[in-house]
Design a protein around this ligand. Structure first.
Ligand code: T4K
Length: 411
């Protein structure tokens, strides 16, 4: 039984029993059929083939190609290395326009390669790069646009493709969140020169660590494959500079096993999403980010925007309340990459041209979902949020008092 919270005095932050005995995480891994996974790992051990284009990695690439309807898939050891390999293979240089409202890896992958990320604001509704703001950032040094399909929501790919074509830029996508999603009926993976997925443990589909670079460009795919493997070409000969970005067989076994449960993972995420939407519907000042239900979607992130001027409670205070209840909500992506090093020191006032990013970084809260979270737990989380907003005045007052040094908690 999940204890009900009728009043602010029931909150764990003020001495009540936490609503959940176990911690509920954002990004708890989904795990497919354990026996199938262990069988696969045993067979890799029997074969004594653990990496370097093993049968599982090769099969995973084939299955991803089929699922996405894309010509080439190269699995890699993680999404960040996937981005680095893709960026280098596509020959990006100078400056690349990228959103600041993203995980730091989108920008770091550029910086790591000596390319300057130029931060662009995002759209209010989708949280993805705003094409209307891209053009004003283009300089003679700009080589590309790196869009991010944040939360699995597709960027405005057609508008971005149009700008890229008119201005002679390359277009790539960080699709770390968007595996299994579509845009206008076409699977993500088919846009721009290439797209990169993350299969990190915290993604709804995971290979422990891992990722994939997908493209429909034959020559680019060949470069990517070589660069992922020290620059080896087909005939045991080094044809390019390269790194070690290969996926091992245990990760690929996890991927094949996870793919068999993909519809179930998505169904659970979707049911949780619907429950959150219903549980928070009509709550003024709380927006649950909506996904386009006419498209394919993985529903892996539950994203709230908390407008304190209406709710009476800030995103950070709400997070503190929830965390005390063992709901480990996350401030993805706070404070915006432009406010992180080394970017902050280089351009301290970048925030002035990123108003939507600044707002979202202060308002967005990601909530737990995935197969480790049930719809009843989601209902309880919504109930707590509703109560906190209804009683925000008292809660704010007592939080402020509790923060005064020497204060002894009372209720
Ligand atoms: N581009 C974008 C837009 C991305 O979001 C990411 C990664 C990338 C590129 C790069 O892809 P990778 O190189 O990672 O493949 C996490 C992930 O580490 C990162 O993969 C992800 N984005 C990012 C959004 O989230 P943290 O620092 O928030 O992770 P951490 O350790 O705090 O874990 C998150 C929650 O998940 C915690 O509550 C604990 C829980 N957890 C985590 C792991 C690893 C588990 O319950 N089990 C686990 O095994 O970055």
């Amino acid at each position: 039984m999940i204890p009900r919270k009728h009043n602010w005095t029931d909150l764990a932050l003020f001495g009540g029993e936490p609503a959940f005995a176990q911690k509920l995480h954002v990004g708890r891994p989904n795990i497919g059929n354990r026996e199938r996974l262990l069988e696969r790992i045993a067979s890799a051990l029997d074969r004594r083939w653990l990496s370097n284009d093993g049968v599982f990695a090769t099969e995973l690439e084939q299955r991803i190609r089929d699922l996405l309807g894309v010509k080439h898939c190269t699995v890699v050891c993680n999404g960040t290395v996937g981005l680095e390999v893709g960026i280098r293979a596509r020959g990006l240089t100078g400056e690349v326009i990228v959103p600041s409202f993203t995980f730091v890896a989108s920008a770091h992958a550029l910086e790591w390669l000596g390319i300057t990320p130029v931060f662009c604001d995002v759209q209010d509704r989708t949280h993805c790069i705003d094409p209307r703001k891209v053009e004003e950032l283009i300089t003679p040094g700009t080589s590309a646009i790196l869009g991010v399909h944040l939360w699995g929501q597709p960027c405005a790919v057609m508008e971005l493709a149009d700008i890229a074509e008119r201005r002679g830029l390359r277009l790539l996508f960080d699709a770390a969140h968007a595996f299994g999603c579509s845009h206008q009926g076409r699977m993500i993976g088919n846009f721009g020169s290439l797209e990169v997925f993350s299969f990190h443990a915290t993604k709804f589909f995971n290979t422990f660590e891992g990722g994939a670079i997908v493209t429909n460009d034959d020559a680019l795919a060949e470069r990517i494959r070589a660069m992922r493997n020290f620059g080896y070409g087909r005939h045991d000969e080094i044809i390019d500079v390269g790194t070690n970005g290969k996926m091992n067989e245990v990760s690929a076994a996890m991927g094949l096993t996870g793919l068999e449960s993909l519809p179930e993972f998505i169904a659970v995420n979707c049911a949780n999403y619907q429950r959150y939407k219903a549980g928070l519907a009509g709550r003024a000042g709380v927006r649950v980010l909506s996904f386009d239900e006419n498209e394919r979607c993985n529903y892996q992130y539950i994203v709230l925007e908390i407008d304190e001027s209406i709710t009476g409670i800030s995103r950070d205070d709400l997070m503190e309340v929830l965390r005390a209840e063992n709901v480990l909500a996350r401030r993805y992506f706070h404070p915006g990459v432009h406010r992180l090093e080394p970017y902050r020191s280089r351009c301290p006032d970048a925030g002035s041209r990123l108003p939507v990013t600044e707002r979202l970084a202060n308002q967005v809260l990601a909530l737990p979902t995935g197969t480790a979270v049930g719809v009843d737990e989601v209902s309880s989380i919504c109930e707590i949020i509703r109560m906190v907003i209804a009683q925000s005045g008292e809660i704010r007052q007592h939080l402020a008092a509790a923060r005064v040094p020497g204060h002894v908690a009372s209720r």
